[in-house]
Design a protein around this ligand. Structure first.
Ligand SMILES: *Cc1c(COP(=O)(O)O)cnc(C)c1O
Length: 450
């Protein structure tokens, strides 16, 4: 591993991309990265994107099987979203949202509210997922304060949960790699057992295990409801911890338990929203509505940073007052950015026009069928699927597995970025039949090479 990687040795790249990568390593501090590892892990130059594919400067292509960190829905450079953005650009790029309004933000808020069946009728905007989580936490706390329950200051999340990395969001995140270093800076929060179905006892169904975990939540709230403002969950799939999946029964029970103990339920659907789990919102599968719904990632189809927290009428009412300080004074400069809202509207149009949820059901079945050999591979454990997400663990003792697998996958035109020993697929919804076959067969080959 001591051999220094130089860009020109990476499959013989051109001077143009060579130069770009050198400048990038010198000037750009890349996210989620120990920069020194780029001495031997290649940085990948991207010249352009089209559909599911990313292209470099030298004719190589990569199938974006993780939707560029779970954001892309309808492919790169989607002609319909591009056209909508071009038209918006001619009218209005951005205006402050305090004291002002514009068509894209109004239309988007109305359509999102309709998508919740009217349960969550008030949209508060920010620019990224972590900020949406911050907002939901602050709103929940402030709601209880406005209701003369100032003692409700604590939050509960699931073991292994990921809710973003700003300090408030990190406080309810439970992924050690991201949290341990900053633990002294974060407020205390409680974690309850994750309903992750891999943890079920032998012979116990995912549903029974979910019910058992809900009992653990109930016991926690029995003791702590007086000081608890909200429970925050990633419905159906806990992403960053390694695509842990659970039965909707957990959400159904959690909803009832939260109601009984007067604790808010915050659904963090930043990853699972917009059809990822098979329904438009993941919580629909439990037949419930949360008190707060956090959305981002797929919201703009993967085009522009935008997030939203949707709240119930009762929450909104508690802030509506003559007293300024009872209002929610939180703000971000780019709140409700017109271009981002337009991209979101174009994304919603595609859902309607192409009957995407229906088409995805067929696609999901096809990918599962194509991955049959993969699922039965001797090194594969816990092959699982929810909607347009697939994941499995690879039997490996190699701590460098994820990095090696990533590099080998690139050589086979696949962009895959395992989380530890968990390999997952989360492709854009425009993935075609040939690409599905290619993804499944090359991943199987990769297991024999890593
Ligand atoms: C990605 C993610 C976030 C954070 O969103 P950012 O835009 O990266 O800040 C929060 N919650 C979940 C479930 C996520 O997947």
């Amino acid at each position: 591993m001591s051999k220094k990687y130089s860009n020109s040795s990476w499959n013989g790249t051109s001077t143009r991309s060579d130069l770009l990568l050198k400048r990038s390593l010198a000037a750009v501090w890349h996210p989620c990265t120990q920069m020194k590892q780029h001495e031997w892990v290649p940085l990948v130059p991207v010249a352009r994107g089209e559909g599911c594919w990313l292209y470099d400067f030298d004719g190589r292509r990569y199938l974006d099987a993780i939707s560029s960190w779970w954001v892309n829905l309808f492919g790169h450079c989607n002609p319909r979203i591009n056209a909508a953005l071009r038209a918006q650009l001619e009218r209005l790029e951005h205006v402050l949202l305090a004291g002002f309004s514009h068509e894209p933000v109004v239309e988007l808020s109305e359509r999102l509210a309709r998508a919740t069946g009217g349960a969550l009728g008030h949209c508060f905007y920010a620019s990224d997922g972590a900020s949406a989580v911050e907002i939901a936490l602050k709103m929940s706390f402030h709601y209880w304060r406005n209701c003369d329950r100032p003692g409700k200051t604590r939050f509960v999340s699931l073991a292994g949960s990921y809710h973003g990395e700003t300090l408030g969001a990190l406080a309810v995140t439970d992924v050690r790699l991201f949290k341990d270093t900053y633990a002294p800076l974060t407020m205390a929060s409680s974690q309850v057992t994750s309903p992750d179905w891999r943890l079920a006892e032998r012979g116990e169904s995912a549903r029974d295990y979910a019910a058992r975990c809900a009992e653990a939540l109930e016991r926690h709230l029995e003791r702590h409801h007086e000081e608890t403002a909200a429970l925050i969950v990633e419905p159906l799939v806990q992403g960053a911890t390694g695509m842990a999946m659970h039965d909707p029964e957990y959400l159904r029970r959690a909803r009832a338990i939260c109601d009984r103990f007067e604790v808010h339920l915050i659904a963090d659907e930043i990853m699972v929203g917009f059809g990822r789990t098979g329904t438009f919102f993941a919580h629909e599968q439990a037949g419930i509505a949360p008190d707060f719904l956090c959305l981002s990632k797929g919201l703009t189809g993967g085009y522009l940073p935008l997030s939203v927290v949707m709240a119930r009428e009762a929450v909104y009412r508690a802030f509506y007052d003559d007293d300024v300080t009872r209002g929610f004074l939180h703000s971000h400069s780019y709140t409700g950015n017109a271009l981002a809202c337009r991209a979101a509207l174009a994304t919603l149009d595609i859902f309607d026009e192409d009957r995407v949820l229906e088409a995805n059901r067929a696609k999901s079945a096809r990918l599962t069928a194509a991955a049959r050999a993969l699922a039965q591979h001797p090194r594969v454990k816990h092959f699982r699927n929810t909607g347009m997400i697939w994941a499995f663990e690879v039997d490996t003792g190699d701590v460098l597995f994820a990095r090696k697998f990533f590099a080998r996958a690139l050589e086979r035109e696949l962009l895959l970025r395992p989380l530890g020993d968990t390999v997952y697929f989360m492709p854009p919804y425009v993935i075609g039949e040939e690409e599905i076959e290619l993804l499944a067969s090359r991943t199987t080959q990769l297991l024999d090479a890593c």
